[in-house]
Design a protein around this ligand. Sequence first.
Ligand code: HEC
Ligand code: HEC
Length: 274
Amino acid sequence: MPNHVLSSSWSGVWSLSVCLSMTLSVGVAAWLVGLPPSAWAAKAAPVGRGKPAQPAVPAAMAPQVPAGNPLLGRDKIDSERCQECHGADGQGAGHANGPEGKFAKLAGQDAAYVLKQMQDFRSGARKHDQMAIMARSVSDEDVRDIAAHFASLAPMRGEPVAGAAAQALAQRGQQLFAQGDAARGVPACASCHGAAGEGNAALRAPRIAGQEWRYLDKQLRDWRSGERRNSPDGAMNQALSRLSDADIDALTQHLASLPAPHPSLSTAFQEQHR
Ligand code: HEC
Ligand code: HEC
């Protein structure tokens, strides 16, 4: 994908959060403008390596990009304690059955999304006491490294549902996810989050396929009630305002049951989840 196309929509949609974090605006803006989201998606390879320079932009003029270092990030999730709750493999901490099983999975998550959330926790744009403390204990540089590390891991994977009732619920969720419900003004989640819930960096929509179910359930309710309101232009609050409790149960069941995507399986995967 041409860098300039992504860069323009990218810097535009990010302007809100950049305003929210004035002190960081220069560094963040430079980073966002310079960073093609596809660089994150592709195993968080150091920017500038591995891909030929775009013909229109001579290599010498390419912007300096402070990309995160996934190797440093691997150490930092230990020293900064992120892995205690998010898992060394980014698949959550494994206390999913306890009352605290609302720890987001971060494996394969878009690095720019992770950085934005950390800035939002820090500024209070997204409210969560524990994560506000964590976010204030690390610098943006640390977060870039940590985010690059999580982005490089095998993506979060859900658990298949067992039983006819649960499967029927997941099926209903899949339908709502893919098609929305025009009569009730519910948009198709897939239009922003991707057909398989893999996320869309250009739209700043995170990966949600295979996310932890208690975490998903809480986020969907928080978007609906307005408790969480840090999406660009209130997009998520609008998208979810008309959902019923049953819709949320169905969407959560569907998303939490999706297996990890695999590039070579993507066709079969999409067939299976059509
Ligand atoms: C004591 C447990 C704990 C620790 C330690 C912790 N987190 Fe979290 N984290 C949480 C919880 C709980 C949430 C869910 C917040 C919510 O419900 O909105 C969360 C959410 C997040 C999110 C948002 C995920 C999403 O999908 O939007 C990010 C990003 C994140 N944490 C990164 C980190 C990083 C980086 C560290 C280390 C510096 C860290 N966390 C340390 C508990 C923790
Ligand atoms: C107009 C685009 C758009 C549509 C439609 C949309 N989303 Fe989102 N969604 C986003 C964006 C952007 C974010 C990230 C917000 C932020 O920066 O915190 C998001 C965040 C989320 C999150 C939080 C993920 C996390 O890790 O915390 C969940 C869950 C989610 N969306 C589910 C849904 C579902 C379910 C639907 C359909 C009912 C939907 N979304 C429709 C754009 C959209």
